[in-house]
Design a protein around this ligand. Sequence first.
Ligand code: ACM
Length: 524
Amino acid sequence: MGVTLSETVPLVPLPRHVTLAGPGRFRLGARPRVGVPSAELLGLGRVVAELLATAPGVEPVVVVGADAELRLVLSGETPAAPADLLDRPAGYEAYELETGESGATVTAATAEGLFRGATTFAQSLDQDGTAPAMRVSDAPALPWRGLSLDVVRRFFPVDQVKRVVDLLARYKFNVLHLHLTDSQAWRLEIDGRPRLTDPACWPGGEGSRNGTGRQHYTRDDFREITAYAAARFVTVVPEIDLPGHSHAVVTAYPELAGQAVHPLLAFLDPRAAAGFVEEVLGQVAELTPGPYLHVGGDEAFGMPHEQYAEFTAMSLRVARATGKRAVAWQEAARSGALTPQDLAQWWVGADHVFDAEELRGRTPAEYHPLIDIAAASFELAPGDLPKALASGVPVLASTSSTLYLDRQYAEDSLLPAQSERRGRVGMASYAPRTCRELFDWHPGELKEFGGAAPAGVEAAIWCESVADFDDLAFLLLPRLPAIAEKAWTQQVTGWADHRARVRGHAAAWERLGWGGYYRSAEVF
Ligand code: ACM
């Protein structure tokens, strides 16, 4: 059997059309020029240049004009750029790429399309800096392609978040959802509320520090992250998780607390915390250039329904009043307050596992009533998505069974040294699954949506078991690129073909600081 197209050009996510255009190859050289159409797009040229710095000694330069090895060309009428990803016209991110022996040209109607095309070109370069002559024509299936990163259970400093952005951009993701607050900590500076970000005021106290540095993002840190992401066409969606997951808030400011049955099930009171919600969401909205504000809404275990409904209606109203589009986890549908102007995030699919018996078996008896309360909430979960769809709110697919990446690997590693990590990293209560098993779904075929596609796909990585950046790499790779393919690629792709392409990416992961990736025997 000959070498397949997928092995020759390991593109992930797979573009809509790829054809090889003869035997010739383009050689990048040590000082390749990236040509942008105008001085206004020099910033785009610089981030594209980063993509091409594929080997030590390769130093791309950015020029204005077409006298370049990689030419970025705007064509046709550039459409207006609505901030909301869901409002973008068809073709907004589409591009054509043509590579010949003398160079490559990306053509698109928008800077974003040019960037998407440049990521495809960068993936087509082999380790020697040569690329096959080829033609690519491409456009995404879904307008929202995201990753939710839990920076609470593990705090990632700004430089590490930037590395995550780099990875997302290379796989054509366009959303980084930052889960900034939870029961253990609060990770974003809020003016006038210093106790929120002081580890001494968190439930775990000083012992909950991750390393010796600052334990939260200052306002300037947050601005730096959002600007870095925006330059790579990634929109940051900040999440302030309300009214549950609030143990840290109520430890710092007990006057905001509702009457909880147990400190571990802390929630905010809709009346006592109303001013706090306005204060916090107002500041976060002002700091955030993107059009979204995530207000949480998940797992407010033990909160009386009337109070939950009142709180959620209030937090959605406050978020909308900032001018942002409110995003909330699926439970918010129980409030009856979601509207088509909001966004809901579906995470408890039919095969979500909450095994109360199993949990009781490994938890001291004093916690069993809490497990019963959580179980009662999960019993309501099957009604959430139908309620959300009936309200007309667009829904993102984040089902835990396929899109939560804090799951242990079921297949072996080719590196025996990874076996300790394999047993330690990933949520212990999830059944381990292989990369191949996780590949077996498609957003266009979700029966729950009755044949329509979700508004987007968002993976999530929760970090209870993540001790450092290499643990993060271990859980994200090689699985994250498969999710990129689900969200971007219009046609249904098969595992064998995907595997043949993704295995060609390991050298790039090493180079980019993601060397902790899992050496899945099923992939490599
Ligand atoms: C969630 O996993 N609690 C959204």
